[in-house]
Structures are given as structure tokens and as C-alpha cells.
Ligand binder design. Structure first.
Ligand code: AKG
Length: 309
């Protein structure tokens, strides 16, 4: 099953799985005093360094080599920017599995935003099915039933590509970060990371006017697993990727993403109730119009998307 080499030049083989099992979740810079108080609290967080073996990583990278991520725009003809906002591209290329939550359809956002936002997409390859099963078992063993919604299973995955945009003058623009947000899909979220480590922070936020407080932070390292769940980490706090290291002078050699160099790839696995996943053909006409271009682009390299348009 595990064949060729992962394509991260400068890649170090994953260390043996002998390290600490659940490392305390406060890596990185000193925390604010409020964060210090909370440092020992995050029972609802799992962090496992070196969780993905070298062979599993190879298999995942073989699969990544078959994907062609796309750059999406945040808004569209039928979902224009609000008055105080401008049309803009997302900060990074993405690929979704299970269902595609196009940015211009505003992502899955219960209780109101549940219909016509999650467009049926390709399923998981065997290596991810295998890992998902382990994540689900871990979740059931680790969390209280109240933190696991009925029917919860990891049927959705967002693959984020982090790195530099190469500008027209050849200069690199580092856009390896994600602003604070919540993942509104119900229940636990599992995340695996590859490449340069990222500073992942849970923050409390009083709105756009005031500065957010870092409550817990964790460096997400190559081949690590993170799981978070429960009201505190899913509903009350926001999370963000503050920055991605640039220790290795190298980037992943994957399929060409024009004018982009990827130094970190993250997969987040989530749950969308199956009844809220809609095939492209059944979207309302306006939504179809807004995402048809993306579907056509995806269909250039995907048999699945060819059958959908
Ligand atoms: O890249 C990561 O570690 C987190 C990504 C994330 O926050 C998201 O996709 O919602």
C-alpha cells in the first residue's frame, strides 16, 4: 500500500512514536496571565506529535499528488461583499473531501446556514479512511458523550495549503496564516499537519475592536495529530493559525499551484450531517452559477467532478 517517497524536499523522516503521548497544549511563546491560568485545563484537547508514521505520510503524499487545489474568491456574483468588505481571494489554495464548502456559499453555519452550502465532493482515499477510523475511536474513548453529537462521524475534510504567493516581481508574500474563526460543523474536529510547524492558538475575542487574548496555543508539528472538542474549544473560543515556521529552505513539490510555494499542509476532519450535503445538480440556480466555474476547474483533473457538472 505504501509505495513512493513523500515529496517534501528537506523532509526529515518521522521520528519513532516513542515521544510523549499527549503533550501539554501550550507550546510556543509565553501566554498572557489569563492563558497561564488555563494552561493545565485543556483536557478537551489532544495533541500527539509524530502520530502519522513515515509510511502513512508517504501514502498521503502519493494521494496529494493526485489533487489539484484551487484558489477561491470569498464572494461571488450572487453573494457580493457586504458594504464594508471587498472581494478578495482566500489566503491559500484549498481542496475539500466529502463535501466542498465553497467560500462564496458562506460555509456550513448552523443553525441557519445549513442548506445549499455543502456540495457533494470526492470521498476519502483508503489511507484517510484508515486514519479517520482511528480518530473516531480516539474521540469516543476520550470525550464525554455530551461532546459527541448523535450521528457524528468524520465525513468532511478541508485540506489547507500554507505558503508564499510569488508576486509578479518574483518577491514572496507570506500568506501562511488563518485569521480567528470557529469551525461550525458540530462535534470534535481532528487535524493532521505536514511540513513546517504552525503556531495554532485558541483565542477569546470581544469583537473586531479589541485585541483577542490567547488562551491556549500549540505548535502543530510535522506528522502531528490534534483533536479538539467541547463547548470551550468549539463554541466559546476562536482559533487561528498565527504563523508557520520557515526553518527549512524548501517547499513541497506537489502539483503545480501557480505562483505559490507550499511549506505546510493541514487536513482538518469534520462532521456535516449527511442530509445537509447536496449534489451540485440540486443547488439553487444562483448558487450553481456562483460555483460552476470552480466545479469546471475541479473537473479538469477529477473524474468525480466531471460526473457532477
Ligand atoms: O491549519 C490548521 O492547523 C488549522 C486550519 C483551520 O483552522 C481550519 O481549517 O479551520
Amino acid at each position: 500500500m505504501f509505495k513512493s517517497k513523500a515529496k517534501f524536499s528537506g523532509n526529515k523522516p518521522a521520528a519513532p512514536k516513542s515521544g510523549p503521548k499527549n503533550r501539554p497544549v501550550n507550546g510556543g511563546r509565553p501566554l498572557s496571565s489569563r492563558a497561564q491560568e488555563d494552561k493545565s485545563a485543556p483536557n478537551a484537547l489532544i495533541y500527539k506529535p509524530n502520530y502519522i508514521s513515515a509510511r502513512e505520510k508517504e501514502e498521503i503524499f502519493n494521494y496529494l499528488n493526485t489533487l489539484y487545489p484551487i484558489w477561491e474568491m470569498r464572494y461571488s456574483k450572487n453573494n457580493p461583499p457586504p458594504e464594508n468588505q471587498k472581494q478578495r481571494p482566500l489566503l491559500r489554495p484549498v481542496y475539500w473531501l466529502g463535501n466542498w464548502q465553497f467560500a462564496c456559499l458562506n460555509y456550513y453555519h448552523p443553525p441557519k446556514g445549513i442548506f445549499n452550502r455543502c456540495v457533494a465532493a470526492e470521498g476519502f482515499p483508503p489511507i484517510l479512511e484508515y486514519l479517520i477510523q482511528k480518530f473516531e475511536e480516539m474521540v469516543h474513548a476520550h470525550y464525554e458523550p455530551r461532546d459527541i453529537p448523535r450521528g457524528w462521524h468524520l465525513n468532511t475534510c478541508l485540506i489547507n495549503y500554507y505558503g508564499d504567493q510569488i508576486q509578479d516581481d518574483g518577491k514572496k508574500l507570506d500568506c501562511a496564516r488563518v485569521g480567528e474563526h470557529k469551525d461550525f460543523e458540530p462535534g470534535p474536529v481532528a487535524s493532521i499537519s505536514f511540513g513546517e510547524r504552525a503556531l495554532f492558538q485558541f483565542v477569546s475575542s470581544q469583537g473586531t475592536e479589541s485585541k483577542s487574548n490567547v488562551v491556549v496555543q500549540q505548535w502543530l508539528e510535522d506528522s502531528s495529530l490534534q483533536i479538539f472538542a467541547g463547548d470551550k474549544f468549539k463554541k466559546h473560543l476562536f482559533h487561528r493559525v498565527q504563523r508557520v515556521d520557515r526553518k527549512e529552505d524548501s517547499h513541497f513539490k506537489l502539483n503545480e499551484i501557480s505562483n505559490f510555494e507550499t511549506r505546510r499542509i493541514n487536513f482538518t476532519f469534520r462532521y456535516v450531517p449527511d442530509e445537509h450535503i447536496v449534489p451540485f445538480a440540486r443547488l439553487p440556480e444562483e448558487a450553481k452559477e456562483d460555483v460552476r466555474g470552480y466545479m469546471e476547474k475541479l473537473a479538469e483533473h477529477s473524474e468525480y467532478f466531471k460526473t457532477q457538472i
